[in-house]
Design a protein around this ligand. Sequence first.
Ligand SMILES: Nc1ncnc2c1ncn2[C@@H]1O[C@H](COP(=O)(O)OP(=O)(O)OP(=O)(O)O)[C@@H](O)[C@H]1O
Ligand SMILES: [Mg+2]
Length: 329
Amino acid sequence: MSHITIQNLSAFYGDHHALRDITVEIPEKLITAIIGPSGCGKSTLLKCFNRLIDLTDGARVSGKIIVGNMDVLNGGTDVTDVRRRMGLLPQKPNPLPMSIYDNVAYGPRLHGVKEKKKLDEIVEKYLKIGGLWDEVRDRLKSPASKLSIGQQQRLCLARGLAVEPEIILCDEPTSALDPVSSQHIEQQLLKLKNDYTIVIVTHNIHQAMRLADYVIHLYLGELVEHGPANEVLENPKEERTRAYINGTFLADVKADQEINLKGNMCPYNFVYAKQALHALEKGKILKLIVDDPTAVTEVPRGMEAGGHEVVSVRQQNKTDWEIIIRKKS
Ligand SMILES: Nc1ncnc2c1ncn2[C@@H]1O[C@H](COP(=O)(O)OP(=O)(O)OP(=O)(O)O)[C@@H](O)[C@H]1O
Ligand SMILES: [Mg+2]
């Protein structure tokens, strides 16, 4: 059954069209993974769900998002209610500057729970669900900031769950964590899907394979493909999905030519890329390394408009992206 129904959703940052006419349903009490290269609109989609996008100056959204009987984007809908029903677990843990106990009790207190015994129960319950209780039960009053990053992320999970959402939105929740802490979070999410609808943004195809029941592939703001995880990840219908999945598996696509465009602004990257492609034979592969964030979306878009095939766009490290293009044949 559908829990979040998205109809003709578009999002703009100023003139930049970040989501293009997305229509899709997110099934209830399953894990949906949103995959796609950096800049394709994954975080924007999550931010539309809980209307965090309202906080971005110059952002505009159109279309519909329906959760149960709630019309999320309708101006008359209470944003606090939207956010209570959809908890967000961000990329980097963001514990509040207070004790472990108070972090979890924060939401329930805001919602009017005052009695100490009741709060004690809530804190214990959600720290258990978050998979952190055993590690912190003896130091509930110590500052959350003293926990390891991995523990802080499980605390944030517990804090989010304590306000009893229906839906958990996770934006690359393990990308700042070491492998063991990541595994902890993944295990909790797998347990939680019995009771919650979970949407997880991930760069990591292996993580999507481990967790997802259902996959949405975004590319340059468009929904390319969606469906059951095994179909989309193992036997995609769309060439672009296949290219993305293969691109993330292959350590390196063998390029016929590689050019390093770091330090250049997007329009120059574009010109250099076109020149380089011009000099290549049909069907050959060009690899570009860029560090201008605009280029990451605009260069592939322009190359596709020119009829070339964008094989993959991958983030190599914090600043650099690799764009692989096959010259049109
Ligand atoms: N506040 C903003 N103002 C202007 N443009 C933005 C803003 N936030 C995002 N964008 C642009 O919108 C597009 C989609 O961004 P988004 O953050 O949703 O991508 P993403 O798929 O989450 O990428 P990543 O994998 O790097 O997190 C990108 O081109 C990005 O540059
Ligand atoms: Mg993102």
